[in-house]
Design a protein around this ligand. Structure first.
Ligand SMILES: *Cc1c(COP(=O)(O)O)cnc(C)c1O
Length: 462
């Protein structure tokens, strides 16, 4: 399997090089040269596999022998051994037509662990095998940072620096990042928003000289390995419903920020998983809702919401979808992205929008509606949703038609977002690993929203 750029200017590279490259050298994103097709017979065989075994099968299609199967198996087994639930990503039934896919049983209580535990081990493996220096640089709206740090803390040959927006992540998110004392970890708290952090990272990665000199590697979902790891649980969840007698196509409702998770669902659909609609759930930062409903991709004004991991105006993975929407034409995407840079918007014509509607429906959940969804479900079933998951559930309630079965992705544990939960007078007890964070010392450096200042910090650290 070779990987190519959405902007068409990178010669095909293998899986390991694609992981190391992160953002493509031409400014685009890497995608597999073909999307592997999974025939019905293979689907039937996969149905019996446990999570790690299924992950091995899915990954083998994309790694294509570059990592020997027994070593890939070890990497995957190690990655999912740290999950607290034996099924790794269990499915919880809320109603006959609505199931919650719990993706938060990893070390940091958010779905990012599913991909970042694996990516951490993958980087470790690559560093040992190829002697590559791994200096990870990433931006986080809260969950990616904690999860990436947890994936590589203390690992020899790896250093990691994470930028987060100072004061704009939840208390637990901040503690999860800043209480890690391993000296291969640097936390920078930026006086700005997540979009500022992400822009700085993108600019640093786009400076190919700086990236090479400092061996910068990406952990944001611009890294194709993250998307690939997330494909697995779409299959896994579908099989769990099939065991319960659900037949035919299902919807997935996905709380979306950077379009990474839902793009993995799109890949699963293209591979042959019987998915009806991918329901794109956003909050008041609803650029993606507006794109799906109106065909216009244009950032709006930033709003802080109860689901901060989706407080994003520019969705970095969106380019991957656009690439497939336009028939894998790199030149078209390159000119679209140029146009986006100069004019600040992308508009697709009605025939393309019809194609979008064949795969996606979208709904942006307002702040009060998010909290109401949490309170209503808690009262009706005793099940507590985190605010991101609540957006997915609210979108499913609104968009799934009668008779359709929907799996809503639970992307975080409610304990991570207690500030929002308390607004509806719901009291929860923290799981022990979260409660313990409050007594630990923190270390981080506050920096201005300034490219040059952050470069200096990196030059000193890497
Ligand atoms: C990152 C995150 C999201 C958004 O995922 P994307 O891949 O960026 O769309 C949703 N919910 C939670 C809890 C997250 O941490």
């Amino acid at each position: 399997m070779a990987y190519k750029s959405t902007r068409g200017q990178v010669a095909p590279i293998g899986f390991i090089d694609a992981v190391l490259m992160g953002l493509a050298d031409d400014g685009g994103l890497l995608v597999p040269q073909q999307i592997p097709q999974v025939p019905a017979e293979t689907l039937r065989q996969w149905q019996k596999l446990d999570y790690a075994a299924l992950a091995l099968e899915v990954f083998s299609l994309y790694v294509d022998g570059e990592i020997p199967r027994n070593e890939l198996k070890q990497l995957i087994d190690d990655s999912y051994a740290r999950f607290r639930h034996p099924e790794v990503t269990p499915v919880h039934k809320l109603r006959d037509d609505l199931h919650v896919l719990e993706l938060f049983h990893g070390p940091t209580f958010a779905f990012k662990d599913v991909a970042l535990q694996l990516l951490g081990n993958l980087y470790s493996y690559i560093s040992k095998q190829t002697g590559s220096i791994i200096h990870i640089l990433g931006a986080t709206s809260g969950d990616t940072g904690a999860s990436a740090i947890e994936g590589v803390r203390g690992k020899p040959g790896i250093r990691i620096c994470i930028l987060h927006p100072h004061g704009k992540v939840s208390k637990v998110q901040a503690l999860q990042m800043t209480t890690v004392q391993d000296d291969n970890v640097l936390n920078l708290a930026v006086e700005g928003t997540f979009d500022d952090c992400q822009r700085i990272i993108k600019e640093l990665f786009a400076d190919v000289g700086f990236k090479r000199e400092h061996h910068l590697r990406a952990i944001n979902s611009i890294n194709i390995a993250r998307v690939l790891a997330q494909i697995v649980y779409y299959f896994h969840a579908y099989f769990r419903l099939a065991e319960q007698g659900v037949t035919g196509k299902v919807n997935f409702s996905v709380p979306t920020g950077n379009f990474g998770d839902i793009f993995a669902g799109y890949m699963a659909k293209r591979m042959g998983l019987p998915i009806h609609k991918l329901i794109l759930a956003t909050n008041e930062n609803n650029i993606l809702e507006r794109f799906v409903n109106e065909g216009v991709y244009e950032p709006g004004e930033f709003r802080s919401t109860y689901s901060p991991s989706m407080d994003i105006q520019v969705a970095s993975n969106f380019e991957r979808y656009l690439y497939y929407l336009y028939g894998e034409n790199g030149a078209t995407i390159a000119s679209f992205m140029d146009q986006f840079k100069t004019e600040g918007r992308i508009v697709v014509p009605p025939e393309k929008l019809a194609q979008v509607h064949a795969d996606f429906a979208a709904y942006g959940v307002r702040n009060e509606e998010c909290l109401d969804t949490i309170a209503d479900n808690y009262r009706a079933t005793g099940y507590l949703l985190d605010p991101h998951t609540a957006c997915g559930v609210a979108a499913a309630d609104r968009l799934a038609a009668d008779g359709e079965v929907t799996i809503a992705l639970a992307t975080a544990h409610p304990a991570k977002f207690d500030e929002a939960i308390r607004l509806r007078n719901i009291r929860q007890t923290y799981p022990a690993p979260i409660a313990e964070l409050f007594d630990k010392p923190q270390s981080y450096v506050v920096v201005n929203n300034d490219n040059a200042e952050i470069r200096k910090q990196l030059e000193a650290f890497f």
